[in-house]
Write a protein that binds this ligand. Structure first.
Ligand code: CP3
Length: 343
């Protein structure tokens, strides 16, 4: 029995299942304690004992309905031989693009982390594995760092098309292998993060976002036909329809800019929707947070959905507000059940 896995079978509980993107991280004092040990962020991702401990922290504190493995989307560029480091206040820094060869050994600690987490997780709490999508990873790899518009990477994508296609093909293979290995190690569901999908021009959407994503999902489905796969193509607006219909995914994580009335009307009922609370409402807390939770529930009352944010928890989020959010989501009732017991 798992509230989270049940929604993918079309079953609804009174309140929706709940987890948060970036639920393990800097807003948690117990995470900061682990960071004080002095390892780099990437070393932490590759230390199964510590990564497992950090994965479990938000589950132990809040009793959420799913855990997500503590790792990063940039472990794939790293396993392909690119230098990756994270600098305080600057975000990720990636070195020059090397000749790309996947070094499977680099990622084996991630699978060890999954095995350790599975031993310790409550039986009703599934574990989500994840990877970045080829488009988002290619942008980071070519830009060498985070960026608002990824101008350097996109210029290369438009001008050196063969190189870009080759890079995407390598990524499709590496991501498929990484996600498959996570399921083999015990992941119960998968999420594909395409944080920068909204930067892909509509003219190239099929070639750069849809095609590579579909290839990954199709390969996974051949081995694991029923595993829930959630896509998070942030910022693509109406192209969510095409993404939802043709990628083969089972769930769609909506960013905060997606109107839920629109989503309800245009996104097929067989897609499980997730999201789309603005992460800054979790910083604000109080009534604005409570009202937003109720507004989401009201919009989603006629279909199974997963309560989550429209993007990751930000570091300045007060833990108390996360506690409140969990409490208020748990108190939500399906309207039908409400009326039947309110005589
Ligand atoms: O959700 C979770 O709790 C699981 C862990 C997770 C992390 N990153 C841990 C992390 C997940 C799922 C990610 C995904 C990720 N990583 C994405 C896609 C989702 C998104 O947020 O858009 C992206 C684009 C990255 C790349 C990345 N990693 C960036 C841009 C940064 C720096 C910005 C920042 O928030 O600091 C990271 C670092 C990072 N990844 C941290 C954590 C907890 C902070 C590192 C630290 O402790 O110093």
């Amino acid at each position: 029995m798992s509230k989270f896995l049940d929604v993918f079978k079309g079953k609804r509980d009174e309140s929706p299942p709940l987890w948060f993107m970036r639920q393990a991280g800097r807003y948690l004092p117990e995470y900061q304690e682990v960071r004080k040990i002095g390892k780099t962020f990437l070393d932490l991702c590759y230390a199964p004992d510590l990564a497992a401990k950090v994965t479990l922290q938000p589950i132990e504190r809040f009793g959420l309905d799913a855990a997500i493995i503590f790792s990063d989307i940039l472990v794939i560029p790293h396993a392909l031989g690119q230098n990756v480091s994270f600098e305080e206040g600057k975000g990720p820094i990636l070195g020059d693009l090397p000749d790309l060869h996947i070094n499977v050994e680099t990622l084996s600690p991630v699978y060890q982390t999954i095995r350790r987490v599975k031993e310790k997780l409550p039986a009703d709490t599934p574990l989500i594995g994840f990877a970045g999508a080829p488009w988002t990873l290619a942008l980071y790899m070519l830009e060498g760092q985070g960026s608002r518009d990824f101008a350097k990477a996109k210029t290369l994508a438009f001008s050196e098309t063969q190189m870009f296609d080759d890079l995407q093909n390598v990524l499709v293979e590496a991501i498929t292998a990484h996600l498959t290995a996570q399921v083999e190690a015990g992941a119960d569901a998968l999420q594909i993060f395409d944080t920068w999908a909204g930067l892909c021009p509509a003219t190239h959407f099929e070639r750069w976002v849809m095609g590579p994503t579909r290839t990954i999902v199709t390969s996974l489905r051949q081995v694991y036909p029923d595993i829930p796969i959630i896509g998070f193509p942030k910022g693509i607006g109406p192209q969510l329809i095409e993404y939802g219909e043709t990628s083969g995914i089972s769930g769609l994580s909506l960013d905060s800019s997606t109107p839920l009335t629109w989503a309800n009307q245009y996104l097929s009922n067989h897609l499980i929707l997730q999201g789309n609370l603005d992460p800054l409402l979790l910083v604000v807390g109080g009534d604005p947070l409570k009202q937003a939770i109720h507004a989401i529930h009201e919009q989603m009352k006629d279909r199974p959905y997963i309560f989550n944010l429209g993007h990751g928890i930000v570091p300045q989020t007060p833990v108390k507000h996360v506690e409140d959010c969990v409490k208020w989501v748990r108190a939500l009732k399906q309207p039908k059940q409400l009326s039947s017991c309110s005589i």
